[in-house]
Design a binder for this molecule. Structure first.
Ligand code: PMP
Length: 353
């Protein structure tokens, strides 16, 4: 704490990202990365781009990338906004669209960046409790609000909300901005993108970090009515008009077009998830139904923090959150089959017979 800090910074509880140790041989299942790597076409694009073009500023509007994303989703480029990871897209969204006289609503078990952004931008937020099965209960959102943000599937639970639920929220709140954070939608969830044309208050945010394996390149995007997108562009241009560098723009454009790689990788991840769920259940874990590239699982008798520490000693990294309702859960990213086998072997060593 310094006397030079603003009041907001003094009270800010910054988001703490999952650790990124560079230890060879580590089974790293703590930050929901994709074990299969980006499309080879994206890597090729980076190789070709590392030339004299780096001397020049990148296209501030990322036109080619926005056109490629628009084509994939049947939208126009004016309905697409891109940013430096969906975290940055979310930050601009909070600043541009979620501050109103009425409160912002989001679930109480969710992505912990939302409270941080709310505090940073002076947004009054109300956390709506999920039910005893960690499901979002739509009836509880039936209250006056200026905006709503729903992660779908939710994180860290992995539980998805059917499209009809999002549609009901939009119908009930035509005057509120409804943001659907679809960071994990490509692993079995239902995307709200088809609702955009009928709902000018809907903003869908996705990332290339998970299903396209771009976590290190930082590319995320928002889709919605051009008025919402224009608000994001205004904030972006006032913050940093070049959020995406040349390499990220070129690589992401190639990746978005590579459906074959995308489908193969997410198919493998979904198949591995299903077998991991069965193996965890056989070891007495309760596993929440996941539509994401991770599972959220709690052992019937062993505390989460102790299990995480014991796994770490065996060079297996998983995430545990020191928050009241969820502290006994482990959030386990879906790795390769081999990595998941190593996780299960380590658990068998740790758990009492
Ligand atoms: N939304 C949710 C729900 C997430 O879990 C994450 C990943 N931590 C993000 C957004 C941000 O992802 P990225 O910035 O890598 O696009």
């Amino acid at each position: 704490m310094s006397r030079y800090w603003s009041d907001i910074v003094s009270t800010l509880r910054p988001y703490v990202a999952g650790e990124q140790p560079r230890i060879p041989g580590l089974v790293k299942l703590n930050t929901n990365e994709n074990p299969y790597g980006p499309s080879p076409k994206a890597l090729e694009a980076i190789g070709q781009a590392a030339d004299d073009r780096l001397r020049l500023y990148p296209d501030p509007a990322a036109t080619e990338l926005r056109e490629a994303i628009a084509a994939r989703f049947g939208l126009t480029a004016e309905e697409v906004f891109v940013g430096n990871g969906s975290d940055e897209v979310l930050a601009h969204t909070f600043q541009a669209l979620l501050k109103h006289d009425l409160p912002l609503l989001y679930p109480d078990v969710t992505y912990s960046f939302y409270p941080t952004y709310s505090l940073l931008y002076g947004i009054e937020a109300v956390e709506i409790p999920v039910d005893d099965k960690f499901q979002i209960r739509l009836a509880d959102y039936d209250r006056p609000c200026g905006a709503i943000i729903i992660p779908n599937p939710n994180a860290p639970t992995g539980i998805g909300l059917p499209l009809a639920g999002i549609e009901a929220l939009l119908a009930a709140h035509p005057d509120a901005v409804v943001v659907v954070d679809e960071a994990y939608v490509d692993f079995g969830g239902e995307s709200a993108v088809p609702l955009i044309s009928a709902h000018p208050n809907l903003l869908v945010i996705q990332t290339l970090s998970k299903s396209r394996s771009f976590a290190g390149l930082r590319v995320g995007f928002a889709l919605g009515h051009r008025d919402l997108i224009e608000a994001l562009v205004r904030v972006k241009d006032s913050f940093n008009s070049y959020p995406l560098d040349c390499l990220a723009q070129l690589a992401a454009t190639a990746a978005i077009k590579d459906d074959a790689w995308f489908d193969a990788c997410r198919g493998k991840i979904i198949a591995t998830r299903e077998s991991l769920v069965r193996e965890l259940q056989a070891l007495d874990f309760e596993v929440l139904p996941s539509q994401a590239n991770f599972v959220f699982a709690r052992h019937q008798s062993q505390p989460g923090a102790a299990l995480q520490a014991a796994l770490r000693e065996r060079h297996v990294l998983v995430r545990q959150f020191a928050k009241p309702r969820i502290s006994d859960f482990l959030r386990i990213s879906i790795g390769t089959d081999e990595e998941c086998t190593r996780l299960i072997s380590a658990l068998k060593e740790i758990l009492p017979a």
